[in-house]
Design a protein. Structure first.
Length: 228
């Protein structure tokens, strides 16, 4: 992998670039780093029909000129998007606590129609409901980080929340191209571990954030092998 390649970072559902704060300094050098904020990217997106991850990947590829030389690292929903960018452009995809099978998402509600209703009525951003989910969050290590993103949901536009939920759950054709690397924790209670081979990390859904050296080592090994 040439040092002239671009690195594209994609955060997950309701997240922002803080999710890469500990990992990014440990990654190998790139000619350019595009740290995409999905709230801004979604604001420029005007899907003709139902928002899906396939349509979003096409939009991002065209907007940023994504191609085979690029390396895309995505966390959670960002990894799902990264996998479809690989499918569409041939870019290298690295998935952190993510999935290529929507059945791996842990969720009591999966219907895009019901999720759309939840988004547009503001239930998913309700302060009392979010307080309940923060109290029920099971991981002490990442509790404060998780709370930061939950607390930030109240300011998000409902259209943006709706689009994210559609990207996560709207049915799309199976992928035929698979990511080059998956990193996951068996303790993840947000996305179940993949059936495909993956590098196991300690921790939970935010494993790469709390164990960035181990995540970075796996990424550097992959990119070093591809550069050789």
């Amino acid at each position: 992998m040439s040092s002239r390649s671009r690195l594209i970072l994609l955060p997950g559902y309701t997240e922002d670039q803080r999710i890469f704060a500990t990992l990014r300094p440990l990654l190998p050098p790139f000619a350019q780093v595009l740290a995409l904020e999905l709230e801004e990217e979604f604001a420029h997106w005007r899907p003709a029909g139902r928002p899906t991850v396939v349509e979003l990947a096409r939009h991002l590829a065209a907007r940023h000129g994504v191609g085979p030389a690029d390396v895309v690292i995505g966390h959670s929903m960002g990894g799902w998007i990264a996998a479809h960018l690989k499918q569409h452009t041939g870019a290298t995809a690295i998935l952190l606590s993510s999935f290529t099978d929507q059945a791996k998402i842990v969720s009591a509600i999966r219907s895009p129609r019901w999720l759309g209703l939840v988004a547009f009525t503001g239930l998913v951003q309700n302060r009392y409901i979010n307080q309940y989910f923060k109290r029920r969050y099971p991981h002490d290590e990442s509790r404060a980080l998780h709370a930061q993103f939950v607390d930030g949901m109240g300011r998000l536009r409902r259209r943006y929340v709706h689009q994210q939920l559609q990207v996560l759950f709207a049915p799309v054709p199976p992928l035929t191209a698979q990511p080059e690397l998956r990193l996951h924790s068996r303790g993840d209670t947000v996305v179940r571990p993949p059936d495909e081979p993956y590098v196991e990390l300690p921790g939970d859904h935010f494993a790469h954030y709390f164990y960035p050296e181990r995540a970075a080592q796996a990424i550097c090994n992959l990119l070093g092998d591809r550069r050789a």
